[in-house]
Write a protein that binds this ligand. Sequence first.
Ligand code: TMP
Length: 235
Amino acid sequence: MEKKEMLYEGKAKKVYTTEDPDVLIVSYKDDATAFNGLKKGTIVGKGAINNRMTNFIFKKLEAQGVPTHLVEELNDRETAVKKVEIVPLEVIIRNYSAGSFAKKMGMEEGVKFKCPTLEFSYKNDDLGDPFINSYYALALELATQEEIDDITKYAFKVNEVLQQYFDALNIDLIDFKIEFGRYHGKVILADEISPDTCRLWDKDTHEKLDKDRFRRDLGGVEDAYEEVFRRLGIQ
Ligand code: TMP
C-alpha cells in the first residue's frame, strides 16, 4: 500500500490518502505538544513506539470485541487504517485521580476510585477542548444517542482490557483518552492508545511512564516510553 497525497498534518501524526478511498495511511511523528500546542518538543523514537504500541493494543481489543480502524501495520511509523469520520469527542476514562480531575476536585493525585469515571471533551482546539456531557453532545449534534451508547460501552470495555493487560506488566492504568470514528454507519475505535494518551504509573515506585514527564518537565521522557514498550514485549 502506497501513500498518495497528504490529507492533513496534526500535532503528532500525518495522514495520507491511498489508492483505496476507504483506507488512509497514518505516519506517527516524534513531535510532542502539550497545553493545546503551547509547549512544543521532540521525543526521539516516540513515533515508532506509539505506532507499534497502538497496533499491538488495537489487535488485542479487536479480539475482545472492540472494533477498531486498524487495517495493517506497514512499517515502524506507518499504518494503514480505515478512513473514518472522527466523532468530535475526546472520551476520557479515569481509574485514579490525576491531572485535570485532581485539579478540578482539589484532590491529590493517585487516589483509586470505587468505580471508573467517563467524561467527554468537545474536540475543538479553538475552544481548548471544553468538558461537556452527553446532553451537550446531543444538542450540538456531535453524536447520536446510539453512538454515545456504543462509545460508552466500548470505552469501558477498553478500560477493562487495558487495566488487566497493564496490571500484568506491573503498571497502573491511571486514566486515558480515546477517540472514535464513523465507518459505514458504525462507530469504531480510532486514533491511538500510547503513552501520549494514557497515564501509566509503575505499580511499585509510582514512577510516571507517560507524557506527563514531557508536560511537567520531569526528564527521562524517552526512557519512560521505551520502558513501556519493553514491558509490552512487542516483537
Ligand atoms: P487530563 O487529566 O489532563 O484531563 O487528561 C486525562 C487523560 O487524557 C490523560 O491520560 C492524558 C490524556 N490526554 C490526551 O490524550 N490529550 C489531551 O489533549 C489531554 C488534555 C489529555
